[in-house]
Write a protein that binds this ligand. Structure first.
Ligand code: UDP
Ligand code: MG
Length: 312
């Protein structure tokens, strides 16, 4: 029997064969140096390369390493949730497999947790991503802060530490689409943030296509607030008021100047603008309805094919 882990490291893995050993070779000494019992849980999110084989080797070699094997690709957040359910550490730390988050920063997070915080986020210093990703993130961070009213500087950075209580509460949620840092924030009473270094992806390419990123951000906005719906209700009221005012204006004008005939295409432009807004509004309603549908079906959120390295 091993000692009960004090720290659990959670790593979601999707086609990261080139990164796993370099990550482990940096992560393991860092954890040993902290000097408390720990476990490292990797979730293989349906990789199609050698990732799983490498993880199994690590699990066979090191008692601290545990592997959850998914039956397909269920996404980074589901991979983390599955590991949360199997985690037993007092402190649970999530980290990406691609070495963008340096494992050497983990002691800093742990030290901050030990000051009594229940969630420690991180802010990426000198972020090493494409200009496009950085600009998109900036916009998402600002909009999310406004819409959800949560105070978090950097939503995207997944190098984070959570207290056992927060993880237990997250485990009680059974929502199918989620965004873990935001979910954790709703259960946290004493959150904190520390600056961490950020590196370029070591090997392979980002697993997030533009489409996946857009989906993820819809999850974030609709999963934690109904403000987008409320904005549309308000917009509808404003448009109606404007239309009434405009009708009154046209009526008055008809008596003073006469009926108007020209400006047909201006009318089209205005019309298309409002049709655009209407379709967008229906789309947002659809996002919520789709999510409600997913939730009521109550299908399993992910399927675990096998686990390795866990005690019976
Ligand atoms: N990941 C995953 N499942 C996915 C996509 C990504 O488990 O469907 C993992 C991936 O292996 C990595 C982490 O999530 O460890 C972050 O992914 P990535 O580095 O591609 O995202 P980015 O840094 O570009 O935001
Ligand atoms: Mg990355």
């Amino acid at each position: 029997m091993q000692d009960k882990p004090y720290i659990t490291i959670v790593v979601p893995v999707y086609n990261e064969e080139g990164n796993l050993r370099p990550l482990f070779e940096r992560l393991y000494p860092v954890m040993q140096k902290i000097g408390r019992p720990f476990e490292i849980i990797f979730t293989d999110d349906g990789s199609r390369d050698r990732s799983l084989a490498i993880l199994k080797e690590l699990a066979a070699q090191y008692p601290e390493v545990k592997v959850i094997e998914f039956n397909g690709n269920f996404g980074q957040h589901m991979a983390i949730l599955a590991a949360f359910e199997k985690s037993s550490g007092e402190i649970v730390v999530t980290i990406d497999a691609d070495l963008q988050n340096p494992p050497e920063e983990i002691p800093k997070l742990v030290a901050e947790m030990e000051k009594g915080h229940d969630v420690v986020g991180s802010i990426r210093q000198k972020r090493q991503d494409t200009f496009f990703r950085k600009t998109a993130s900036l916009m998402v961070n600002v909009v999310t802060r406004k819409i959800t009213g949560m105070r978090m500087s950097d939503y995207g950075c997944m190098l984070r530490a959570y207290h056992r209580n927060v993880v237990d509460n997250i485990n009680r949620c059974q929502e199918t689409t989620t965004f873990i840092p935001a979910l954790a924030q709703t259960f946290s009473s004493t959150p904190s943030e520390v600056p961490v270094a950020h590196a370029e992806r070591a090997e392979g390419e980002s697993k997030y296509s533009l489409y996946k990123l857009v989906r993820l951000n819809f999850d974030l906005m609709t999963g934690f607030s109904v403000v987008p719906l409320q904005i549309f209700a308000l917009l509808g009221i404003l448009t109606s008021l404007f239309a009434v005012a405009f009708a009154v204006f046209l009526l008055v004008r008809r008596f003073i100047v006469g009926a108007e005939v020209e400006g047909v295409f201006t009318l089209f432009a205005i019309l298309f603008f409002f049709i655009g807004i209407t379709i967008f509004g229906i789309g947002i309603v659809g996002e919520y309805v789709g999510r409600i549908y997913q939730e009521v079906r109550r299908r399993p959120r992910y399927v675990v094919r096998n686990v390795h390295g866990f005690e019976e």
